[in-house]
Write a protein that binds this ligand. Structure first.
Ligand SMILES: Nc1ncnc2c1ncn2[C@@H]1O[C@H](COP(=O)(O)OP(=O)(O)OP(=O)(O)O)[C@@H](O)[C@H]1O
Length: 380
């Protein structure tokens, strides 16, 4: 049982680098919190501050309601699993797993019981007499996890534990970690730069950028409602399509008398003229009649777009003229890479694509599938 609370945590390294600029996260008991973000965003620094391996420049880290800023790593009752496993090469698997318990003076028969139980859970029973060099990467990672689990800590910390494994094994281990974490019910913080890993593992997802939190929440909520263009392009692969809007020329926003605005709202004939002149444009001249006032950037997910060869656009949809540049079939789906509105748009279609390179078509997106961001990239 443990909650982990970060309150306005900052880290300024000796050289003056401000790696973490004020981060607050409340991690509930038993939750798996994933910190995700590009290289250098400060996620490892944050994890190391929770672990007690790095001093905290400002703010507070609490475990179970108790501030631990001044408490050393061994007294925090946490276990950390690293990317490079950090196993003792000269020790057998059994001794690697028993090491922490022996250091704490745990009775021998208790150690034996816990190591064998954990080995069974992790399917390591047959490997207890081997040394790390006699194991595969996946097995080594399992031993590293076993070493954390036998200690029965309050909190697990994972620092990119799967990044040394190949893609297939990474997928398997991801499922194992998720199941194990759920079964053990130990509050965990997991750092990765892999958005897929982050999405699939997290109960609570924290997207970081340049030492700050961009968004915290349920992974699917974040996917469906990204708070910024940064999150929109970081979470989801391929990323969200983002197009800049212009409001000059015919698309200039009208002065907007109250009557005019009311007319737009009621969709009268006068209103539709006003609406057309109020609509911002894409760089290719496509009008975007349903853009909110403050919108400067339009976004849509590749799977929320469709393509049509016809001239008519369905009602209430945006239709952008596009030229197919490449078609990428990946089995269950295909990706169309299109040149449109002065940029590249990716469209995901089910199964085989009927479109071919050089086809001229239109990318169609229903209005309710559009995301709007202001000039600063914040969600409108
Ligand atoms: N010991 C240190 N001294 C000075 N600066 C550091 C130190 N460790 C990290 N930094 C800097 O702090 C920033 C955040 O680093 P951190 O390792 O936390 O990022 P990260 O998001 O974990 O990146 P990665 O995914 O590449 O590990 C970077 O600019 C990095 O260069």
């Amino acid at each position: 049982m443990a909650t982990v609370d970060l309150k306005d945590v900052k880290k300024i390294y000796a050289g003056g680098v401000e790696a973490v600029k004020g981060v607050s996260i409340a991690i509930p008991d038993k939750a798996l919190c994933v910190l995700v973000g590009p290289s250098g965003c400060g996620k490892s620094t944050l994890l190391r501050m929770i672990a007690g391996l790095e001093s905290i420049s400002a703010g507070a880290v609490s475990i179970d309601g108790k501030v631990v800023n001044a408490i050393g790593p061994t007294e925090r009752d946490i276990a950390m699993v690293f990317q490079n496993y950090a196993l003792y090469p000269h020790m057998k698997v059994y001794d690697n797993m028993a090491y922490g318990l022996r250091n704490r003076g745990t009775p021998k028969d208790e150690i034996d019981k816990r190591v064998r139980e954990t080995a069974k859970t992790l399917e390591l029973s047959a490997l207890l007499d081997r040394r790390p060099r006699e194991l595969s990467g996946g097995q080594r990672q399992r031993v590293a996890m076993g070493r954390a689990i036998v200690r029965n800590p309050k909190v697990f910390l994972f620092d990119e534990p799967l990044s040394n494994l190949d893609a297939k094994l990474r997928g398997q281990m991801r499922v194992e970690i998720k199941n194990l974490q759920r079964a053990l019910g130990v509050t965990s913080v997991y750092v990765t730069h892999d958005q897929l890993e982050a999405m699939t593992l997290a109960d609570q997802l924290v997207v970081m950028n340049a030492g700050l939190v961009e968004q915290i929440g349920d992974p699917l909520d974040i996917y469906e409602k990204p708070a910024s263009t940064f999150v929109a392009s970081f979470i989801g692969a391929p990323p969200m399509n983002l197009l800049a809007l212009t409001r000059d020329g015919a698309g200039r926003m009208p002065a907007g008398s109250p009557e005019e605005m009311a007319a737009i709202g009621h969709g009268s004939a006068a209103g539709s003229t006003a609406l057309a002149s109020a609509a911002p444009m894409l760089t290719d001249g496509s009008l975007v009649p349903f853009a909110p006032q403050a919108a400067a950037i339009l976004g849509f997910r590749p799977e929320d777009a469709d393509v049509t060869h016809g001239a008519e656009a369905p009602d209430g949809a945006l239709a952008i003229p596009a030229a197919v540049e490449a078609v990428e079939p990946v089995g269950a789906e295909s990706f169309l890479y299109c040149a449109a509105a002065g940029t590249r748009i990716i469209v995901r279609v089910h199964g085989r694509a009927t479109a071919r390179p050089d086809d001229q078509l239109r990318v169609v997106v229903r209005a309710e599938k559009l995301h709007w961001f202001d000039e600063a990239g914040k969600r409108v």
